[in-house]
Write a protein that binds this ligand. Structure first.
Ligand SMILES: NC(=O)c1ccc[n+]([C@@H]2O[C@H](COP(=O)([O-])OP(=O)(O)OC[C@H]3O[C@@H](n4cnc5c(N)ncnc54)[C@H](OP(=O)(O)O)[C@@H]3O)[C@@H](O)[C@H]2O)c1
Length: 249
């Protein structure tokens, strides 16, 4: 399969941050979003959040604060309705299916063991969508599927479990509490991200920036194996440090 990473020499690719990725033909989708909502700098998106726990609620709240429209979902609609009330403007609640259909972009923030079923039940609404995959496989929590995903590498495994979705791995190895606070120091820390689809990378990069992190594209989905807790990239690092770590992987 031809991937974003294979379009260019690896060294050059590793030097790209999210902003530079826009120069690689990814501009149209962002431009369309901006066009639809009134111009550059006003690229409001509709985002479905699947999993409204620590990660989903922190990032969803940050996106609503940044002016996006979010729909929280889980298997507990009552919880999500309450969360949407607390978040206020820009937030609503629905079922996972409704959230997947609502979003131009979908954030997956569930325990990894939930992905096989969600990949089947949400296959149709997720087809062709940009899906930001924050999910981490932990064998102790998620069982066999997590062992398999660790062997495949988390990015490629998520792509296999969510066929048809345009996956970007992001928000994998920073604590949810920090994700909710990053907007206070915008750009101080980088967020390593990985994906194969340039348009999807551009959209995810903008959304990472809107939470307060500077996106740093470390490579294609195969590099997603490095975007899990416990790797050198885990935790918060300045963008340049992420580039240096990624260059050595
Ligand atoms: N916590 C962190 O700091 C952190 C940081 C980076 C990445 N992550 C990763 O992000 C993912 C979410 O972590 P979290 O800490 O937010 O977990 P969490 O607080 O336990 O939240 C998980 C959410 O997923 C929902 N959920 C579970 N199974 C579901 C299903 N089958 N369909 C729909 N919704 C379902 C849960 O609600 P119901 O059970 O009510 O459905 C809950 O809203 C995990 O894969 C984790 O490894 C976590």
């Amino acid at each position: 399969m031809k991937t974003f990473a294979t379009h260019m020499p690896r060294r050059r690719f590793l030097g790209l941050a999210g902003g530079a990725a826009l120069a690689l033909g990814a501009l149209p989708l962002i431009a369309r979003a901006a066009e639809a909502t009134g111009g550059p700098g006003d690229a409001r998106m509709r985002i479905g959040i699947i999993g409204s726990g620590h990660v989903g609620s922190a990032i969803g709240s940050a996106w609503a604060r940044a002016g996006h429209e979010v729909m929280f979902s889980s298997r507990n609609l009552e919880h999500d309705e309450q969360l949407a009330i607390e978040v206020g403007r820009g937030a609503r609640a629905g079922t996972p299916r409704e959230a997947a259909a609502f979003g131009d972009v979908v954030l997956m923030a569930v325990p990894y063991r939930a992905l096989p079923d969600l990949g089947k039940t949400l296959a149709e609404p997720l087809r062709g969508k940009v899906v930001i995959d924050a999910c981490n496989p932990f064998p102790s929590r998620d069982g066999e599927i997590a062992e398999w995903a660790r062997e495949q590498g988390a990015g490629l495994a998520s792509a296999a479990l969510l066929p048809g979705a345009r996956i970007v791995r992001a928000f994998n190895a920073v604590s949810a509490a920090r994700m909710g606070a990053a907007h206070r120091e915008p750009g101080r820390f980088g967020m390593p991200i990985a994906g194969d689809d340039p348009d999807a990378i551009a959209v995810a990069s903008q959304l990472v920036r809107d939470v307060g992190y500077e996106p740093v594209v470390i490579g294609g989905l195969a590099m997603g194996r490095h975007l899990v807790p416990g790797t050198a990239l885990a935790g918060e690092h300045p963008p340049e440090e992420i580039r240096q770590i990624a260059a050595g992987l």
